[in-house]
Design a protein around this ligand. Structure first.
Ligand code: GTP
Ligand code: MG
Length: 333
């Protein structure tokens, strides 16, 4: 596994010799990008050094990336930031209504969360985005690949193929550009995300789909005694994911199920699981619900988006707009 881009090799950092490099590799850190996005706690654990040394290593990696122009410096003028933000791209969800709600589609350099009850369309949105991201620029896509992290075993290549064909794409070619990672437990899910950096650039990945973010944590950390530990692990994980979105300028989409029964961790059944951890890390959050054959999305907690509903449907194209002019519901403005 020596195919790492020379420029980004860990050993180009002063103080990183072959032994340290090996230890970092063992922890899934292969490049300076990985090192910059890893948390100092993880680095300290991997190399068996104290946290202050790990922070130093992490800072060195970030500084190098700033010099290379791959990361913005700690202090940046607002006008430079505006210039940098012009690199943000958008991926169509497949529904114009939903895209409008999102201000033009799913943003790169950000994390978008879809939460809702079972059957509300979270997984179907992810399946559709695997296809739409591959469409040419100007047609809703970014001519990019996708990484699909499947925690519930619900990814179906057959369904992706159907959606691709319905959208006039070559199904075989579309499937080739989707990298699937089946995460069997929360630790495995964390490892996959740590390891993901090296998949992004070589495969031209423009979107990372995590379906779902919290299911493993919910299942594994039962009982109130371990709730704090769960939230801490989840917090660290979500931040790593967000850093990935920022460093690689990719779109990150996570799904989150709403508890149907109000009897487990959180009292209010309309709150997503994972509570405020996922909510605080997500850049944009959309709440999905079923309404007959339609699905209704609402942007939650965003000062930049109108507080209104977008209606979409699920059909052979995956996510789509309703055909017969079902009224686009507007509640308050
Ligand atoms: P959970 O993962 O259980 O929380 O649900 P989810 O929000 O991921 O729901 P999902 O995206 O799996 O949506 C399920 C719904 O999508 C079904 O009720 C169907 O309405 C629709 N759907 C799923 N597969 C197909 C398909 O192949 N064709 C069509 N037309 N609709 C489908
Ligand atoms: Mg699902």
């Amino acid at each position: 596994m020596e195919e790492v881009n020379e420029e980004l090799a860990l050993t180009t950092l002063p103080g990183v010799g072959p032994a340290t490099k090996q230890k970092l590799n063992d922890a899934g850190i292969y490049t300076i990008l990985d090192l910059a996005t890893a948390s100092p706690t993880d680095i300290a654990e991997a190399v068996d050094i104290d946290t202050s040394k790990a922070v130093e290593l992490n800072n060195k990696a970030r500084k190098k990336l700033v010099e290379m122009g791959k990361l913005e410096p700690d202090f940046i003028s607002a006008s430079d930031l505006l210039e940098k933000r012009k690199a943000i791209d958008r991926v169509s969800t497949g529904s114009r209504n939903l895209d409008d709600l999102l201000g033009g589609g799913i943003e790169t350099w950000a994390m978008t969360e879809f939460y809702g009850e079972f059957g509300s369309g979270k997984s179907q949105i992810c399946h559709t985005l695997c296809c739409t991201v591959q469409m040419p620029r100007g047609e809703g896509g970014l001519d990019g690949g996708a990484i699909y992290i499947d925690t519930e075993g619900t990814f179906r290549p057959e369904r992706v193929a159907e959606i691709a064909r319905a959208r006039g794409l070559d199904a075989q070619e579309v499937l080739k550009r989707i990298t699937v990672a089946r995460a069997y437990n929360s630790a495995h899910q964390e490892l996959i995300v740590k390891d993901m950096g090296r998949m992004i650039e070589p495969n031209g990945v423009k979107i990372v789909l995590l379906d779902s973010a919290v299911a493993h944590y919910r299942a594994e950390f039962l009982g109130r005694g371990t709730l704090a530990e769960r939230q801490q692990r989840l917090n660290r994980f979500m931040h790593q994911l967000l850093r990935t979105a920022e460093v690689y300028n990719v779109a990150v989409v996570v799904t989150n199920q709403v508890q149907a029964a109000p009897d487990t961790f959180f009292g209010d059944p309309s709150r997503p699981t994972g509570g405020h951890v996922v909510a605080h890390t997500s850049t944009y959050r959309l709440y999905l619900r079923k309404s007959g054959r339609n699905r209704i999305a609402r942007m939650v907690d965003s000062p930049y988006h109108p507080e209104r509903d977008a209606v979409f449907v699920l059909n052979e194209k995956g996510v789509d707009d309703p055909t017969e002019e079902s009224p686009r519901k507007r509640s308050s403005s």
